[in-house]
Structure formats: structure tokens, C-alpha cells
Write a protein that binds this ligand. Structure first.
Ligand code: GLN
Length: 488
């Protein structure tokens, strides 16, 4: 058991200490850097900007002392290796971006810096966000801080491991089909995927543009809310961002106990669902009911179409988004390539790993002339059906509650010989993704191996404020113990 000072766990706890000058950010950053060093075996960070972080900590300490600090002063943040930080390397977990240096800030990076957050480094992830275990990375598998023989989830696995192992307060990840929520569940954290269009993706590496979102991982709902407030909002640089300000967070939001909750029966009667997760989800529903909220069980026959729809759409979009990595514009160029065709083919053959290549091929197949209607066209239609059905439910109920994942963190290499079956890990997270709805994963106790379980709340489009208030309420009525770091 590692003894961790509580201010490493939450920005909320730290803030008053910094403002009363009981503590300096320089001390805090030194502690985080120590953790990064001590837990290098987790493979959570791939780049740590140590010197820069130390200097910036001194600067922010001065700002705080002078009463000139912005709202995130004191917060130490890690960025998934998908988010541009000007003049710093960016590789999206891939060999193909070797030596690429971001020439500009992502909008989220710009906003974090303007709010006086401190960026500690870039975090390991599945290549181009494709995976559910952070094993598909050029930088080696990320390990779960709670049990190093297991994965931390993916694709934002490094981001989750870093927060759980107290290397930073908060991580900024990306969530296309669950990449923030699933690692949050596997590591016992809060993970928020906002509505599609709530946070700008400018400067964020694209995977599947009609589903990509920037998400937040933290120890507490409060920290997620504070960061959302800074990151969300209009941005002319991403055409899909909602062009007006929508409420993100209201610390005073009224907690009530007359919520209406929908539970989708099919999500709880699934063969692959680990019994402990089912039991914990039912327990939460019972708990909500006993507090006076109304819980209704509904059928959702479309669940079985969610995964195939998601994977057809994302592979199709990825195949076009990743066409830009050709050995000419960015990073790595194939060895001994002479002709233009050789540059393309050698760069892409050597630069992408297996999973990415598989998805590009599947994506071009579903978009090809003879297959388009049968696959891509059909997936678009099913996506609409799922979206409409979920919207219909959310017009009658405040929230949909379901497990975040079918299992808790699985052992490393579990899917080595059957990579397709790893896609089941995303069964419950892709629902909100295909519908563009906000969803949050909350820790919900542990299984028989003491591994964390997540519960997922899906809210109405752009109603993050209400979602966060409910998450806080749910957490307050589920008095439970969560696992702390232990070595295995
Ligand atoms: N695991 C899912 C996939 O591989 C989700 C990834 C993500 O959200 N980036 O597509």
C-alpha cells in the first residue's frame, strides 16, 4: 500500500491549501513526478515534461499569491497522446507519427493553459484510439494500477492509470465508443463523455469524426465538472461544436430525490455480463428506489445492433481519416522507399500496427461500391433507429442507468488469439456514442477480486449539468468503499 497525500487525489481538496499558502504547487508537482517515476512500470505516461512543469508550477504559485490565478490554477493534468500540445510530440500511440511535433494547440489544450492548469505530459493509448485495453500501442501495454497483471482499459488506458496511480489530478482523453468510460470503470474512476459537439475536437487526432468526443477522467464528479466548464463551449475551429454556450456545471445544482430512471432489460440479461456487475447495478437501482426515485424496466431490442453499427461506422470513418498518414505530410516515412507508391505503401505497412490496418481494410470494404448499401448505408439507418429510440426514452425519463462494461478489468493478453471478441467490451458504451448523448461512468463497488465496477448514466443531449448533479446524488446514496492502490 502506497501512502498518498490526499491533495493528490482531488483538485477540490488541494485548492484551499494552495490559496491559503499552506502548500505550493511546486511541492505538489514534485510529488506527482515522484509517482510517475515510482510507477513507470505501469506505462501510463509516454512523455513527461518535467522541467517545463516545474517552471510552470513556480509561475502559478506566483499568480496564486498575487491573486491573479485563473480557475484551474493548481490542477495537474495529463493529455492522452491524441491531443495536440504546441511544440510537443504527438503520436496517437503509433509508429507512423514518429518525430511529429504538434505545430499548434488543440482548443482544449489552449483552454486548459488559459485557465492556468498545468500539463504534465502525454499519456499512452491504443493506436489512434482503436482498442479497449491499451495493448494496441507502439509504446507497450498499459498496466492497471490496481492489479498489474490486468489491463487498464482502453483506449485512454494510460490516462486512467495515471489518475488512479496519483500521477496527476485529471486526464483529458477521447471517447468515440467508450474510451474514457471503460478505462474509468476498470480503474475505479469517474469518466465523462460529454454530448457530441459539447467540446471542440480541433487539434485532436481524428478516429471516427461523427462520434469522436473529448472526455474527462478524474477521481471525483466535482473535478470532472470543473474541467468541463473550462473546456466546453463554442469554437469556430470545429464545425460540429454547438455554437452557443450550454450549461455544464452548477455547484449549487439542487439535489432531488424524485428522478425517473429507465433500466434497459436487455443490458442486464446478457450472457457475457459478469454476475457481480449485474448484482451491483441492481443494487444501485434498488438504492435509488428506496430513496424515493422511480425506476422502470424497459425493453430495448436494438441493443444487439449497437456494436455492429458502431464498428461499421467507425471503421468506415477511420479508413478515410487515416488516409492522410502517407509518409509525406507527417512523421514516419517507410524505409528505402523510392517511388511515390512505395512511399505510401511502405509507410503505411510499417507505420500502422495490425488492429489499425484491419480496421482500414474493413472500412474501405464497407464503403466500396458493391458493399456500401449493404453495410455503411444500413448502419446509418440503424444508427438513426437507435438514436430515436434512446431520445424517446429520455423524453420520458431523466436518465438511463446501465453497467459501463460487461466485465471488470481483464488479464493482459486475454484476447491475443481472438481480437474480435474484445469488441464485446464496448457493448454498453457504444449506445450513448452512436446517439451522441452524454454519459458518465461512476465507480460502483468491486467484484470478488476486488476489481472496480462501473455504473453508467446516460443523460439527455446537452444536459451535462443535470447529469453531473445526478451523478453526485447517486454517489452520495451509495455509501461504499472503493479499492485503493495495491501491488500485485
Ligand atoms: N474500444 C472502442 C474502439 O476500439 C472505443 C474506442 C474509443 O472510444 N476511442 O473503437
Amino acid at each position: 500500500m502506497v501512502n498518498i497525500p490526499s491533495y493528490l487525489n482531488s483538485f477540490y481538496l488541494l485548492r484551499p491549501l494552495l490559496y491559503t499558502q499552506a502548500l505550493t504547487l511546486q511541492t505538489v508537482v514534485a510529488q506527482f513526478l515522484q509517482q510517475v517515476q515510482a510507477q513507470r512500470a505501469l506505462n501510463a505516461f509516454i512523455k513527461v515534461y518535467e522541467q517545463e512543469a516545474t517552471q510552470r508550477a513556480a509561475l502559478i504559485d506566483q499568480k496564486i499569491a498575487a491573486g491573479k490565478a485563473a480557475p484551474l490554477a493548481g490542477m495537474v493534468v495529463g493529455l492522452k497522446d491524441m491531443i495536440s500540445y504546441k511544440d510537443h510530440p504527438l503520436q496517437a500511440g503509433s509508429k507512423i507519427l514518429t518525430n511529429y511535433i504538434a505545430p499548434f494547440h488543440a482548443t482544449v489544450t489552449q483552454r486548459l493553459l488559459e485557465a492556468d492548469a498545468l500539463i504534465l505530459g502525454h499519456q499512452n493509448c491504443d493506436e489512434f484510439g482503436m482498442g479497449s485495453s491499451s495493448e494496441n500501442t507502439y509504446f507497450g501495454t498499459v498496466r492497471n494500477p490496481l492489479d498489474r497483471t490486468r489491463v487498464a482499459g482502453g483506449s485512454s488506458g494510460g490516462s486512467a492509470a495515471a489518475v488512479k496511480a496519483n500521477m496527476c489530478h485529471v486526464s483529458i482523453g477521447t471517447d468515440t465508443g467508450g474510451s474514457v468510460r471503460q478505462p474509468a470503470a476498470f480503474c475505479g474512476l469517474v469518466g465523462l463523455k460529454p454530448s457530441y459537439g459539447k467540446i471542440s475536437r480541433y487539434g485532436v487526432v481524428a478516429y471516427a469524426s461523427s462520434l469522436d468526443t473529448v472526455g474527462i477522467l478524474a477521481h471525483t464528479v466535482a473535478d470532472c465538472a470543473t474541467v468541463l466548464e473550462v473546456l466546453a463551449g463554442p469554437d469556430g475551429l470545429d464545425a460540429m461544436v454547438v455554437p452557443y454556450k450550454t450549461a455544464s456545471h452548477n455547484a449549487e445544482a439542487q439535489q432531488k430525490n424524485n428522478y425517473t430512471i429507465a433500466c434497459l432489460t436487455e443490458t442486464l440479461h446478457h450472457d457475457g455480463l459478469q454476475p457481480a456487475i449485474k448484482a451491483r447495478t441492481l443494487r444501485s437501482l434498488a438504492c435509488l428506489q428506496s430513496e424515493g426515485n422511480q425506476v422502470t424496466h424497459l425493453h430495448f431490442e436494438l441493443l444487439k445492433y449497437a456494436l455492429p453499427t458502431y464498428y461499421i461506422l467507425t471503421n468506415a470513418e477511420a479508413s478515410t481519416n487515416l488516409a492522410r498518414f502517407d509518409g509525406i505530410r507527417y512523421g514516419y516515412r517507410g524505409s528505402d522507399a523510392v517511388t511515390l507508391e512505395e512511399v505510401y505503401s511502405k509507410t503505411r505497412t510499417e507505420g500502422f500496427a495490425k488492429e489499425v490496418k484491419k480496421r482500414i481494410m474493413l472500412g474501405t470494404f464497407v464503403l466500396s461500391n458493391g458493399q456500401y448499401e449493404a453495410y455503411y448505408g444500413k448502419a446509418l439507418k440503424v444508427r438513426n433507429l437507435i438514436k430515436k429510440a434512446l431520445q424517446e426514452i429520455l423524453s420520458q425519463y431523466d436518465f438511463i442507468l446501465l453497467p459501463t462494461t460487461t466485465t471488470t478489468a481483464f488479464p493482459i493478453n486475454s484476447f491475443e488469439h481472438n481480437p474480435l471478441s474484445m469488441y464485446w467490451a464496448d457493448l454498453y458504451t457504444v449506445l450513448a456514442s452512436v446517439a451522441g448523448l452524454p454519459a458518465l461512468s461512476l465507480p460502483n463497488g468491486v467484484d470478488e477480486n476486488n476489481l472496480p465496477i462501473g455504473i453508467q448514466i446516460i443523460g439527455n443531449y446537452l444536459e451535462e449539468e443535470k447529469l453531473l448533479a445526478f451523478a453526485r446524488y447517486l454517489q452520495s446514496i451509495q455509501a461504499d468503499s472503493y479499492p485503493s492502490i495495491q501491488k500485485k
